[in-house]
Design a protein. Structure first.
Length: 61
């Protein structure tokens, strides 16, 4: 449970940094999002999930 809470905390830190340090970039990306195909978004999400799982697997052994 502690690992889940730490993961959530890191997510909030990173998300907060994006809003605090680059709000105009975030708005530009949000405007660009509808122009990207659903397949490309899905593939990018799956790749991010695989990289995240792989990283956790390497770190936690």
């Amino acid at each position: 449970m502690q690992d889940i809470l730490i993961g959530l905390a890191f997510y909030l830190i990173i998300e907060g940094l994006v809003y605090a340090l680059a709000p105009s970039f975030l708005v530009a990306m949000a405007k660009l999002l509808p122009t990207i195909s659903e397949g490309a978004l899905r593939a990018t999400g799956l790749i991010a999930v695989m990289l995240g799982v792989g990283l956790v697997w390497l770190i936690r052994g």
